[in-house]
Every structure is written in structure tokens, then in C-alpha cells.
Design a protein around this ligand. Structure first.
Ligand SMILES: [Zn+2]
Length: 328
């Protein structure tokens, strides 16, 4: 079924390209009807161009002279054509094919063979539709976020009450969304369970997805499962797994939820570093959410991971009484 996602997307691209070509053809027909001299000019230019290439093959004695003459004729025709366009206020690109995505001409791939950002978005939305994420995001977003569930009484020895603290987090989350393409800031949500970390991740995901940002949400457990399948089961790796694996590096925003719940070992440590480091280098954003304290994080993960995190992630501490509001 997941192969199906990609196939459906590719069918869509084909349809888009055909539609764009058909529309360009229709514009051309309309244009030629109104300006027959343009059709004639285009026809002549084409004939002369063919003559020119034939000339190079036959290579007569006066090749240079004939080439020069033909080029001059073609230039003249093009000038005449341009003048008709200008005199009649016809846009220069009127009969060009107009693709929805100019970066990849609606093929999904750019000239250097890389997946176009428009294809990544489509794949992610395909994956989202398959998961229960869409349903989740319709329930958990900034509009349904209720600040009043947080207590306004001092909590342990924290300076701010949980409610005041949540106002700050909310502001940071909104800033993160509004300046998504402008700053290099990543977010680290940490603190106990049931305090709204996942909810806050979903709020951010919803806003950014609506703004056409490609967002991949993964629990730490599923993230490493994907990486493991990719690294160790290459032969039997499913299309779905490969898509997820590529998205870990290619999506605009990666949300790693519940970091610390995976089976932690040197493999996960190395891979986590690889993911975080690669995404920093390519200037892609990451949000990490964890139930561990900063001290526990530092004990669990290697120094080089923690130095990347501490230098590039804004830490936001969630605290207060376990609300379990996420399960409401
Ligand atoms: Zn594209």
C-alpha cells in the first residue's frame, strides 16, 4: 500500500505535466489564430534551424558563409517575432509550458536528480494521511490549547508558576513557527510526563503543515526502528521504511518525541548524532521532546550529541502536576 502512495503521487505528476502541456498548446493555438504571422515565423525558424543542422553534416565548401547567412535569417525572424509580441502586449512566455513547480517542472525531481521539495511534501502528506496524525492534529492544535489547565500556584522551587511558564513556552512555540525560515533555532522540550510536551509538538506541526512545511513526527522508538531497518535489513527493507528514512534527513522539521524511551546503545547514540548533526549542517529544524532531565540526557547520550544540542537547541522545561490532559 505504501508503494501505492508513491505511485499515486507519480500519477498526479504525470497528470499535471500533461495538463500543463495541453494548456500551453491551447494558448499557442489561440495565439496563432489571432496572429498568423507568428505561426509563419515559428515555422520558418524551425525550418531554418533544421537546414542549419543539416548544413553541418553535409559540410559544403562555403560552410562558414552559409551558416552565417542562415543565422542572420533566423535572428531577423526572431526579431520580427519579438516585435509582434511587444506591439500587442503579449507576455514573452505566453506559449511556454507553465508548471505548478518550476523547480522540477512537475517531475518531482530536480535537474541534479534530487527529490524536489514539492515531492517531499506530497510524500509526507501521504504518510500523514495513512497514519492517525491528521486526526491527532485536528484535536491538538493552538486553537484547542487551553492554558487554564495549568496551575497558577508556585510549584516546588520553580520561580514561575506552571501557568506562567506555559505562557513562555507558548510564546516560544509561536515564535518558532512564525520565524521558521528565518532563524536557526531548534527546540528541546523536557520535563515529566503528562505536561503537554506532545501536545505542544502537535500544535507546532499543525501550523507548519498548514504553511506547506514538510514535518515528520516520529517517536524516538519508531525513529530508531526505521534507521535500524534501513541499516541492517537492506535486502528486505520496505518502500515505506525507505521513505521514512530519507525523510528523517530531508524534511524541513523533524520532531523526535519521547527521546530516551528507545533501547539506548552505541548504535542509537551514533545514529542520533548523525541525524542531529546532518540536519544542523543542512540547516533543517528539529524539535526534541523528552521526559529526561538535562542531567539524565547528559548521562544517556554522548558528549558530542549533547554539545550539538546545548549549542543549537533552546531548552524549554515543562513542569507542574501531571495533567494527563493529553488523553482527555
Ligand atoms: Zn517540484
Amino acid at each position: 500500500m505504501n508503494k501505492q502512495i508513491l505511485e499515486n503521487i507519480m500519477t498526479d505528476y504525470n497528470k499535471k505535466r500533461l495538463k500543463a502541456a495541453r494548456e500551453a498548446e491551447e494558448r499557442k493555438k489561440k495565439l496563432y489564430e489571432a496572429f498568423p504571422e507568428l505561426e509563419e515565423a515559428d515555422r520558418q525558424i524551425m525550418l531554418l534551424s533544421i537546414k542549419l543542422s543539416k548544413l553541418f553534416i553535409s559540410a559544403p565548401d562555403n560552410l562558414e558563409e552559409q551558416v552565417l547567412q542562415l543565422r542572420k535569417d533566423i535572428e531577423n525572424l526572431k526579431r520580427k517575432r519579438s516585435k509582434t509580441y511587444e506591439d500587442n502586449n503579449i507576455p514573452k512566455d505566453y506559449i511556454d509550458i507553465r508548471y505548478e513547480c518550476e523547480k522540477c517542472s512537475d517531475t518531482g525531481y530536480t535537474a541534479d536528480g534530487k527529490r524536489c521539495s514539492c515531492l517531499n511534501k506530497q510524500i509526507i502528506s501521504g504518510l500523514y494521511n495513512m497514519s492517525n496524525m491528521v486526526h491527532m492534529l485536528s484535536k491538538e492544535n493552538f486553537d484547542t490549547f487551553d492554558i487554564n489547565v495549568f496551575s497558577n500556584e508556585v510549584y516546588k522551587n520553580e520561580k514561575l508558576t506552571p501557568k506562567q511558564n506555559m505562557y513562555n513556552i507558548l510564546e516560544a512555540a509561536e515564535d518558532f513557527c512564525n520565524n521558521f525560515h528565518r532563524t536557526g533555532i531548534n527546540l528541546l522540550f523536557y520535563g515529566g510526563t503528562g505536561l503537554g510536551k506532545t501536545f505542544m509538538c502537535n500544535c507546532i506541526a499543525k501550523v507548519l503543515i498548514d504553511r506547506e512545511v514538510s514535518v515528520l513526527y516520529q517517536t524516538s522508538f519508531s525513529l530508531f526502528e526505521t534507521v535500524e531497518n534501513h541499516k541492517f535489513n537492506k535486502q528486505s527493507e520496505t518502500e515505506e521504511n525507505r521513505m521514512y528514512y530519507n525523510m528523517i534527513f530531508e524534511c524541513d522539521l523533524l520532531i523526535i518525541d519521547d527521546l530516551g524511551t528507545e533501547f539506548n546503545n552505541s548504535f542509537t547514540n551514533a545514529e542520533l548524532f548523525n541525524i542531529i548533526n546532518e540536519r544542523l549542517i543542512t540547516e533543517k529544524k528539529t524539535i526534541i521532546s523528552t521526559n529526561l532531565s538535562l542531567e539524565q540526557l547528559a548521562e544517556t547520550y554522548s558528549d558530542r550529541i549533547m554539545s550539538r544540542v546545548f549549542n543549537n537547541f533552546a531548552p524549554l522545561k515543562f513542569y507542574g502536576k501531571d495533567l494527563r490532559w493529553e488523553s482527555k
